[in-house]
Structure formats: structure tokens, C-alpha cells
Design a protein. Structure first.
Length: 354
């Protein structure tokens, strides 16, 4: 073999080896673009004072993503009510190459700016539970209807006393657009049908703050004059009930929302009248579906639009002592053992909770 022939053979072998290595790289999924690589979806939730986020929304979202996309990985963070922390978490996801983020914002108005920044970098955002201007998709429950159901349930609990009742309203955090929708819906149901709204304030989604506002309401209105209490969620209802008990006020209707286990237990015990069930079995899987479809360039499969954003809004359900078994237990959100502690066993039996 002469020198020229040897050079041709060696050159051909080198090209063949390079092609083989290139093919192996594609088959093995060496980078995040490759077929075999896990693809990351961000999930950012706003706070952990409301128990449902960590115990229900997060695991349900993760399961639904994995079911729809076996190679996908959820990168999760909770902002613990800190908007600055959440912006850092959001920016880090983008820096890490995440192309779809499901975001439940601490502050929706500020998050609208983040969404614009993300779009400029080719990142899509699913507004999770709270609307964000400019988002690519929105998944929530009908939050105006939530407030209406809360108000209607309070009226039903008051019965004939409604027309003369003085109501205390402890609303959610004013930075949360959902809180405004709950408040609006509740006023739609209550205004003109109760004696008056005697005291109204924000409890900031914080049980401690809500308890303090309730104590202030008792001082302002008078302990014997409060007919019922609207609480925007169950967490705050816990603080409110404690303040009522400390003041010796018993037997008045107290509402809530989120169907937290502590709220359900108070309903069984008789210190809370109702809650609103917004099933994470609906919300989280739909948000996961939207996220995966956006990632894969598929049609969202949304039910409609909200303020120009493709969206799905699920109907909320009132839960009181009559339907605990047929809602949160039937759906597998809780087992009877989660609710029926030793001190509630007898009352659970009376209500048919098993």
C-alpha cells in the first residue's frame, strides 16, 4: 500500500468514526434538545400557609406531567409569600433553560412584567389558579362564582336572621386578583340581603392576621351583634374561629374556602359552617396538560378564553357537613382517618363519614 492509499484509508476511517460517534450522540440524548433527554417544566407556587399547595397541588401536578410526558421533569419552588424570592425563582428557571413555567404568582400585576420578559426569551407561561396578563394559558376555577357560593352559603346558614344580620368580612390578600373576585362575588350574593357589612378588612391569607382583624371587628361591632363571618379561605378561618372562641362567641356561621383538612375538621366539630372545594384533581392536571402541550407545540385543548387568554375554568363546590363523604373523601383527597381524629370520631359517625 503506497502513502497515498494509506492516507485515503485512514481519512475514510476517520470520517466513518465521526459519523458513528455523531449517530451515537443523537441516539443517546446527550443534550436537552435530544429525544431521550428529560425536559424540564417549571412549577412556582406562591405560599405555604395554605396547606393545599404542598399537599395537593404540587404532587398532583407532578403526577400529571409524568403521566403525559415520561421524559419530563418538574422543577418546583415555593415563594413563601415573597414576591422578590419568586422573581428570583422565575429568572433561575429561565437561566436553566426551562421553556414552560406554570406560575401561581404572589403578585399578579408584577408577574405580568415577568411574562413579557419570558416571551422575549421564548419561554411560555401557564397562569396557574391566578390570572396573569399576557400569559399563554390560564387554568383556575370560576373565582367570581367561588365568592357567590360563599355568600349564598352564608345566607343559607343564617336563614331568617339574614335580613338583620351584621356580617364581618375578612378578605384575602389584595395583591391576589382571585381575592378581588372572591370579594366581588360574595358582595353580589350578600349586598341587600343582609342587615349590613359591619366590618371588612384583608386578612392577607394569614391566619394570624385574620385572627387579629377578627378581634378588631369584635371590639368595633360588639360581641353580641356579629351575625356571621365571611372568611375568604380556610386558613384564615382557623385564626378567626380562635378569636371568636377567645371572645366567647359560639354558634354563628363562619365560611371558608379550599377544603383544607383543618377546615373540614372544623365543619365536623361545628365551629366552621362550610368551605369551598376547588378540586386539585381538576386544576393541577389541567395545568400540567397545558404545560406539556405548550412544550410539545400541541393544541392546548382549552375550554374557552378569559380576557383574551386561552383558559379552562372549573366550577367550585360548597362543602358542608352534609356532603363531606361525597366530595373530598369520594374523590380521594382525604381518607376518613385524615379527618376523624379521636375527638371527632363520634361526630364523624353521626355524619356518615367513613
Amino acid at each position: 500500500m503506497n502513502a497515498m492509499t494509506r492516507r485515503v484509508v485512514i481519512g475514510t476511517a476517520a470520517v466513518s468514526m465521526a459519523l458513528a460517534l455523531s449517530a451515537c450522540g443523537k441516539a443517546g440524548g446527550g443534550d436537552s434538545e435530544d429525544k431521550g433527554s428529560p425536559t424540564k417544566i417549571g412549577l412556582l407556587l406562591p405560599e405555604n400557609k395554605t396547606a393545599r399547595y404542598e399537599s395537593l397541588d404540587k404532587p398532583q401536578f407532578e403526577k400529571a406531567v409524568k403521566d403525559a410526558c415520561g421524559d419530563c421533569e418538574v422543577v418546583y419552588n415555593n415563594a413563601v409569600s415573597d414576591v422578590v424570592k419568586q422573581k428570583q425563582q422565575f429568572d433561575q428557571l429561565i437561566a436553566d433553560g426551562v421553556k414552560v413555567i406554570a406560575l401561581d404568582p404572589v403578585d399578579s400585576a408584577k408577574a405580568a412584567g415577568w411574562v413579557k420578559e419570558a416571551k422575549d426569551k421564548g419561554v411560555k407561561v401557564v397562569a396557574y389558579d391566578r390570572a396573569i396578563e399576557g400569559a399563554d394559558a390560564y387554568v383556575s376555577h370560576d373565582n367570581n362564582k367561588v365568592g357567590e357560593l360563599q355568600g349564598q352559603a352564608l345566607l343559607a346558614a343564617l336563614g331568617d336572621k339574614a335580613a338583620s344580620a351584621q356580617i364581618v368580612m375578612i378578605n384575602g390578600d389584595e395583591k391576589d386578583p382571585n381575592a378581588g373576585l372572591f370579594k366581588k362575588g360574595a358582595h353580589t350574593a350578600l349586598d341587600g340581603k343582609v342587615g349590613k357589612i359591619a366590618y371588612e378588612a384583608s386578612g392577607e391569607w394569614d391566619p394570624k392576621v385574620a385572627g387579629e382583624k377578627m378581634a378588631a371587628a369584635i371590639s368595633s361591632v360588639g360581641k353580641d351583634k356579629i351575625g356571621a363571618v365571611y372568611s375568604a379561605n380556610d386558613g384564615m378561618a382557623g385564626g378567626i374561629v380562635t378569636s371568636l372562641e377567645n371572645a366567647g362567641i359560639k354558634g354563628i356561621p363562619v365560611g371558608g374556602q379550599d377544603a383544607e383538612v383543618a377546615g373540614i375538621q372544623r365543619i365536623v366539630a361545628g365551629t366552621q359552617t362550610f368551605t369551598i372545594y376547588k378540586s386539585p384533581l381538576q386544576l393541577a392536571p389541567e395545568a400540567a396538560k397545558f404545560s406539556v402541550n405548550l412544550l410539545q407545540g400541541k393544541d392546548l385543548g382549552a375550554q374557552g378564553e378569559t380576557d383574551g387568554v386561552k383558559s379552562t375554568l372549573f366550577p367550585p363546590v360548597v362543602v358542608d357537613k352534609t356532603n363531606i363523604q361525597s366530595t373530598v373523601i369520594k374523590d380521594g383527597i382525604y381518607a376518613a382517618a385524615d379527618i376523624c381524629s379521636a375527638d371527632l370520631a363520634a361526630k364523624c359517625a353521626e355524619l356518615g363519614i367513613k
